[in-house]
Write a protein that binds this ligand. Structure first.
Ligand SMILES: Nc1ncnc2c1ncn2[C@@H]1O[C@H](COP(=O)(O)OP(=O)(O)OP(=O)(O)O)[C@@H](O)[C@H]1O
Length: 262
């Protein structure tokens, strides 16, 4: 990939809080089927910060991300993007916030099969009724090495190329925050490393705030910090995670789950 990120804009107000969760709680079902998926999670996400969300299966990672991104409604607590409390918005306003201020990258790429790479990338701008910022898009496309693939449809692209298109789409509107859900889960290690290196450089050099859910300690090691969830609670924060450090932490969860948590 071309690493020409230096020509792009510098982060605005590094350190500003761009998203926040306060006491996020999500309870599914009732009676015997009641599940507390999130038990009061609070966290801040700063401009230009790359956060990995980790934890055992069923610990609440997806629920946390979905509540923070306005894809699910918490039972109590608040999720904010910038100064906007997502709970105060009606459906139309929420859709607008998701389209204009949030970017998404999914494990399964989620590109529209009938659209070309270029049409997929510009779709969020089209839906928001904005003229795409051509200079910004062209920089993104160059960084991601997609310039000669723009007329291809997803089926004509490799998995790694499809995920790079998805990354360009996620950043196309210059969102406040990008949520990536297992973005390397369907990729081989080389294509995965390219995506992770792009996410890292977009945080470092473009000031893009990124929150990534992952099971992979190697992926988490690209982040500035890892937040660990267990049983719906935030139990540990690791700054500058290493793959070995994350693996140790995950093993500790396995042991505590086997012996039974207090
Ligand atoms: N729609 C739902 N209805 C009932 N329970 C749910 C629902 N969605 C999630 N849960 C439960 O909430 C808990 C947290 O689920 P969640 O998917 O957030 O965990 P996760 O950490 O993302 O898991 P994984 O790593 O396996 O994807 C789990 O016990 C799950 O079974």
């Amino acid at each position: 990939m071309n690493q020409r990120t230096d020509a792009l804009s510098s982060p605005e107000r590094p350190g500003a809080v761009v998203a926040a969760a306060d006491g996020l709680t999500k309870v599914y079902g009732e009676g015997e089927t009641r599940v507390v998926a999130l038990a009061g999670v609070s966290a801040r996400f700063l401009r230009g910060e790359f956060t990995a969300i980790m934890g055992p299966s069923g610990s609440g990672k997806s629920t946390f991300m979905h509540c923070l991104a306005g894809l699910d409604t918490p039972t109590s607590g608040t999720a904010r993007i910038g100064d906007t409390d997502l709970g105060s918005l009606n459906d139309v306003q929420l859709t607008k916030v998701r389209r204009e201020r949030i970017g998404f990258v999914f494990q399964a790429f989620n590109l529209l099969p009938t659209l070309t790479a270029w049409e997929n990338i510009t779709l969020p701008c089209d839906l928001a009724g904005h003229t795409p910022d051509q200079a910004w898009l062209s920089d993104l496309i160059n960084i991601l090495g997609l310039a000669d693939r723009l007329g291809h449809r997803p089926a004509q692209l490799s998995g790694g190329q499809q995920q790079r298109v998805a990354c360009a789409r996620a950043l196309a509107t210059r969102p406040a925050i990008v949520f990536a859900d297992e973005p390397t889960g369907n990729l081989d290690s080389r294509a995965g490393a390219e995506i992770l290196s792009f996410l890292r450089s977009s945080a470092k050099e473009l000031g893009q705030t990124i929150v990534m859910v992952t099971h992979d300690p190697v992926a988490a090691a690209h982040a500035d910090r890892a937040l660990f969830l267990a049983d719906g609670s935030l139990v540990h924060e690791m700054p500058d995670p290493t793959a070995a450090g994350v693996l140790e932490q995950m093993k500790a969860f396995d042991v505590s789950q086997r012996v039974g948590r207090p």
